[in-house]
Structure formats: C-alpha cells, structure tokens
Design a binder for this molecule. Sequence first.
Ligand SMILES: NC(=O)c1ccc[n+]([C@@H]2O[C@H](COP(=O)([O-])OP(=O)(O)OC[C@H]3O[C@@H](n4cnc5c(N)ncnc54)[C@H](O)[C@@H]3O)[C@@H](O)[C@H]2O)c1
Length: 340
Amino acid sequence: MSRLIAVTGGAGYIGVNLVEQLVAGGERVRVIDRFFWGKLGLDELPGVELLSRDVRELQDGDLEGVDTVCHLAGLSNDPTADLDPNANWQMNMIATKELADAAIRMGVRRITFGSSGSIYDGAGSEQILDEDAAVQPLGPYSESKYAAERALLEVQDKIEVVLLRQGTVGGYSRRMRYDLVVNTFLKDALLKRHLFLHEGGFMYRPLADVQDVAMAHIVCLDAPAAKVAGRVLNVVQDNYQVKQLAEIIAEAVKPLVGDIQLSTAPATGRIRDYRASNARMTEATGFTPQRTPVDSVASVLEHIGEVDPQELTHPRHYNLRWMQILTEVHELQRSYERVF
Ligand SMILES: NC(=O)c1ccc[n+]([C@@H]2O[C@H](COP(=O)([O-])OP(=O)(O)OC[C@H]3O[C@@H](n4cnc5c(N)ncnc54)[C@H](O)[C@@H]3O)[C@@H](O)[C@H]2O)c1
C-alpha cells in the first residue's frame, strides 16, 4: 500500500498542485486546511482525504499514519501578515513549531516546509545569495517564516526537516492567485494592456513556476537524509529584474492582445529586492527548476480560455481582498449572534 503524505495548506495555490502531483505518483494524501478558498474538488481525487482544521488547533491524531508532512499552511504574503501580525505569528511560527512537536510524537519521518525567499530581502540584490548568507528578514511575514525555520532546525535531531526557501511563484493552479508578480503582470497585460513598474522596476526577484515548487517538495520526500535533512534549500528557476519580467510577459502576450505599454509608478508598500541561487538544491537532489515565466504564462493562458474580466478580478484570487471579506463576514456573524 502507498504511504500517506499530509499536506497542510493543501487547498492553497501551491498545495493543490502538490496534491495533484502526489496523487499522480500514486501517493495517498491527507489535506489539512482551513479551506479559505474552498475544497476545489480535491475530495474527488483518488486517495485524498480532507481534514478541515486550523493548524493552530492541530491534534496529534491528525497525523495518525502519516509518513511525511509537507507544511504549506499559513498566511502567505506581506499584506495579509501586515493585516494581523499576531494571527500571522500564531499561524506561521507557533503553529509550525507545534506541528513539528506533534509530528515527533506521532513518529512522522520527515517534514518539508514551504519557507520563503523573501527572508533574503534585507540583504539586498547586489549578490546572488546562497542559503548561508546572513539575513535580516523585514516585516511580519518574513520574520515569521525565518523564525519557523529556526524552530524546525531546533528539532532536527528528532525528525528530518527540509526547509525550502521558495522563490516568488507563478503559473496556473486550480486555486489561482493573481497577486503574485508573474500572474499579476499577465492579468494586467490581458485586461489593461498596460504594466506599471513600481519605482521603474529596478528590483530583482527569484522566481519559480508552481509546478516546479510542488515538485521540489516531492523530490525532497525521498532524497537521502544525508543530502537534505536539516538543510535550507532555495527553490529558484532564475532571478529576474521586474522591468525585465514585464518585457518578457508583454512579448509573450503580444500575439493575443497586441502591444503592451510599460510605465513607471510610485511604490505602493514594501518593495522587495533580492536574488537567490538554486545551486544547493541542484547539488543535494539533482533537481533544478526549469519552467520559466514564459512557461508559467503559457500554463495560465491554456487553462483560463476566454479572457473574462470578472473572473480575473474576482476577490478570491487576491489574498488580501479575500481575507478582508472573510473578516467582515465573520464580524457580521458575531454581531448577529450578539443581537439574537
Ligand atoms: N506563493 C508564493 O509565491 C510563495 C513564495 C514563497 C513561500 N510561499 C509559502 O508557501 C506556502 C503556500 O503558499 P500559497 O501561495 O499556496 O498560499 P495560499 O494562500 O494560496 O495557500 C495557503 C493555504 O493554507 C490554508 N491556511 C491558511 N491559514 C491556515 C490555518 N491557520 N490553518 C489551516 N490552513 C490554513 C489556506 O486555506 C490555503 O489553502 C505558504 O506558507 C507561503 O508562505 C509562497
């Protein structure tokens, strides 16, 4: 019988892709998720069980029979972490630590963790950084991801931990996000034929396609412990200057919508600027992400069919807007309960 892999956040943008690839490889999967974006038909996939659970309230029994946990649940960008830094800390840092403790008690063999390349941000983009670079994470989101990494490394003598610092992700997923730079540029190119480059788009970003990021977790399920356990590994196809990325995407969609205008705009929030290397992942596992932003764009175009402005701008594709709506609904429900 195949083994059981638990995927926290398995109904998220990266998570659904990971679950699909695990199922295609014959694995059984337990998705542990709050399902902020619904169940997405995951329960129809063979060998998949869904557990509706907030990772802050995880119970040991949730990990019964689990071989490996791929941990992706939590707030997944700066704006949502800034909205409620305390909830972000509880979900991204404390829940990760408690998940590891539960996994140790339940005899789980390995955890792969979806960390973030944004941890490098404070170090700047002058050099392409490897995992030994001194870092100074900026903002609640990166601080919580870095602290969660440290917490996992503290228990590496009791469980195998693999920390994947994922670059900014792009491409198609059945739980689609248009608030990530590649997908945002594609959406704006399709709808406005105009891309705005904050501060001229000087900043660099390490990028990776969602299929490759999911594959990185799968590769790390079975890589020899001597190669991956207790290690931080970047997941990056390449580093792109935002201006260069806009030009690549404008060129890719030109046959569909014609010329795209590029303009400079003032920054609207935290500007992240950093570069990171995939070399250690390649050395440790032989896996090098190959899918470029052009492949990511092509995968989205292939799946969305007709360009539908209502669909592309629906709040569910934008984490901050969706969280604000969920918060308002929750508050309305609570006031309703108080009144009646
Ligand atoms: N997308 C990127 O560019 C990127 C880059 C680097 C790192 N990451 C990290 O990868 C992980 C997945 O990112 P994503 O883009 O798939 O995010 P996402 O927001 O699409 O998915 C997160 C999933 O976690 C679930 N979730 C959130 N809080 C939860 C909680 N308290 N309890 C249980 N489930 C909860 C949500 O319902 C959702 O299904 C995150 O940890 C994120 O920080 C993402």
